[in-house]
Ligand binder design. Structure first.
Ligand code: SAM
Length: 238
């Protein structure tokens, strides 16, 4: 936990918060919190700053804080990714959130196993917890919007055209002929396929919508590594 994120329900008075549960345990064991110790804090969906621990109980800590530093700028890149297997889902989530991506759609595709959609890791509480861990890791208090689309065709035909207005769009593809653009500054949507890749039909739908196939080279990377590598190349502040 590089930054303690404060939620509205933690606030006990202006500039004061009470921390319990996992964050309190981490304060104690990782940051070795004691009265007077300072730590980096962030107000959920607000600014960053510092807190000072003013009291420690057996189950909670009280701190005073000042948050007046704006959060890091969001990535201009949004991500559309075919739902990967559950363990990879968590890794993709971390790779994207820690690189400042603020909008992610996990979508269905012919080669996405139906059982993945029932994974406990996709439950709302589990996703929120993982997002919080990622935001704490990268010291960014601003929550991303995570969405799931279980129908490929309506998403590509009905939603994506609206999302692409004023936006560049790229599809990661080991066989792509264009190189991956580096340090993009315009709003951009990046699409990444499932373990077996998108079908020809699905690739055609992305092309019809205006996506250009870009490649990091002929080596085929797993979805989570492709997400990290593509975002690392494309993000302006990486
Ligand atoms: N057999 C599939 C194929 O050739 O597309 C492999 C899919 S790969 C496990 C999952 C996704 O990661 C791909 O659909 C693509 O979006 C992305 N990816 C993997 N390697 C890549 C590379 N070298 N360049 C660009 N994207 C890549």
């Amino acid at each position: 936990m590089n930054c303690l994120l404060l939620n509205p329900e933690d606030l006990t008075a202006p500039g004061r918060a009470r921390i319990t549960g996992r964050r309190f345990q981490q304060l104690k064991t990782v940051i070795r919190a004691e009265v007077g110790k300072r730590c980096k804090v962030g107000l959920r969906d607000g600014c960053l700053g510092f807190g000072t621990i003013c009291s420690m109980g057996p189950d909670s800590a009280e701190l005073e804080f000042v948050c007046d530093v704006p959060p890091p700028p969001p990535s201009p890149i949004s991500l559309i990714i075919a739902l990967p297997r559950p363990k990879s889902f968590t890794k993709v989530l971390h790779a994207a959130v820690e690189q400042g991506v603020k909008r992610i759609w996990f979508i269905s595709s012919f080669k996405v196993e139906k059982s993945y959609w029932n994974a406990p890791r996709l439950m709302q509480d589990a996703v929120e917890e993982e997002v919080t861990l990622a935001l704490e890791q990268c010291c960014d208090p601003v929550s991303p919007r995570i969405e799931f689309r279980r129908a490929f065709k309506p998403f590509l035909e009905d939603e994506v055209p609206g999302l692409l207005v004023g936006t560049d769009a790229f599809l990661g593809d080991p066989a792509g002929t264009e190189p991956v653009p580096s340090k993009v500054s315009r709003p951009t949507i990046l699409a990444i396929g499932p373990e077996g890749g998108f079908t020809d039909y699905e690739n055609g739908k992305f092309r019809e919508a205006g996506f250009r196939s870009v490649s990091l080279g002929a080596r085929v990377l797993r979805s989570e590594f492709a997400a990290a590598a593509l975002l690392g190349r494309m993000n302006p502040d990486c």
